[in-house]
Design a protein around this ligand. Structure first.
Ligand code: CP3
Length: 343
């Protein structure tokens, strides 16, 4: 189906656009009272994510309520380890927990890989329903965690500031880490291809824990697997968002990806110099800027747009929107992008 608003896809391909497209990482589920209402009608996050009609409903909410230029499918990066045989729980107010973790080669060998993506039919069905109900209004984004970030949760078992158990594996048992990373990579490639076949117009890799690795470790344990995924996904544009990995931008510039996400520690001009003109940049307003006044948000948004310039830019925050952000402030950011970037 022809999209009515394809600004984001055109920007991703490097085509000229009437204005800069805008969406927010974690726009589905964190901030809207309309989400809480749907969420409270079920037992918890997992039931919501695994019920395609409801997942589709909360995916579309930010398009209706906030006016963003893309929807992102409501799911989580942790559905991949679960499909591979490592179930997760989502603990209220705390976050994810893996009752069982990966500690040995036997644990890795026991994981499914070749057909693990078939366990995620509920995601593909949510994508199909969302596409139908969006009716071509905006593109739908699919996503997955980058292999290193997924390994971090599978080994650590839960969130952490340092992910020391996961990093310990990189130093103490690098071969074990590589065998797990390759299995995650193989599953992720099939998962993203099937998301695209179901209707996702672009897919984003979230490497949320990129910034805790040294540049050399990042090369060895993360970037090369991201490169494999980029090479394998030829059916739709790919975005790499590696939080804190400013040191990897020159590598990403050479990968088969279309968009590179920047966090707010990365300067737009410097990043553009490193990456060159061949990729679209996405980002990168500090999510905390949305705690400022409406005037502050408009000023900061204008500064961001001026720094990136009119071409090859998708406006976004530098990481997911924080849960306690006022939706009116989010709308202010979105409206400011639309107003200041019109050309
Ligand atoms: O972007 C979107 O809005 C689409 C949905 C989405 C979710 N998680 C839903 C979710 C996406 C893209 C994610 C990605 C994700 N999940 C990442 C990468 C992006 C990032 O923020 O760095 C990571 C690291 C996770 C793992 C995860 N899931 C954590 C640490 C938590 C707990 C804290 C939190 O973020 O709320 C989750 C839970 C989660 N994932 C919720 C939602 C809506 C909250 C669950 C609830 O409703 O109670």
């Amino acid at each position: 189906m022809q999209l009515k608003n394809d600004l984001l896809l055109r920007a991703a391909r490097g085509e000229k656009t009437e204005r800069t497209p805008v969406w927010l990482m974690r726009q589905a589920g964190r901030i809207l009272p309309e989400y809480r209402a749907v969420r409270n009608s079920v037992s918890g996050f997992k039931e919501l994510a695994e019920t395609p009609e409801l997942a589709a409903e909360v995916t579309i909410q930010p398009v209706d309520i906030l006016g963003v230029d893309a929807a992102i499918i409501f799911s989580d990066i942790l559905v991949v380890p679960e499909a591979m045989g490592l179930p997760y729980e989502m603990i209220e107010q705390r976050g994810p927990l893996f009752p069982k973790t990966i500690q040995s080669q036997a644990d890795v060998d026991a994981l499914r890989s070749a057909d693990a993506h078939l366990e995620l039919e509920y995601v593909y069905e949510a994508i199909r329903i969302t596409k139908k109900n969006l009716n071509g209004r905006v593109p739908l984004l699919g996503f997955a965690g980058a292999p290193w970030t997924i390994l971090a949760y599978m080994v650590e078992g839960h969130g952490s500031k340092t992910f020391s158990k996961a990093k310990k594996m990189l130093y103490a048992e690098p071969e074990l880490a590589h065998s797990l990373l390759q299995k995650i990579t193989d599953t992720t490639i099939k998962y993203l291809k099937t998301q695209i076949a179901a209707g996702a117009n672009l897919v984003q890799l979230f490497d949320s824990w990129a910034g805790i690795l040294s540049p050399a470790q990042y090369q060895e344990f993360s970037a090369r697997y991201i490169a494999q995924i980029c090479d394998a996904i030829t059916e739709a544009p790919v975005t790499i968002f590696a939080k804190g990995a400013f040191f990897a931008l020159s590598d990403f510039a050479k990968y088969n990806c279309d968009v590179i996400g920047l966090d707010w520690n990365m300067d737009a001009t410097t990043s553009r110099q490193i990456i060159g003109s061949g990729k679209t940049l996405q980002g990168n307003l500090d999510p905390c800027a949305l705690y400022g006044s409406f005037d502050t948000i408009r000023t900061e948004t204008k500064k961001m747009l001026d720094a990136f310039g009119p071409e090859r830019h998708i406006a976004n925050l530098g990481h997911g929107v924080y849960p306690d952000t006022d939706p009116e402030k989010v709308r202010c950011f979105i409206d400011a992008v639309k107003e200041f970037s019109s050309r």
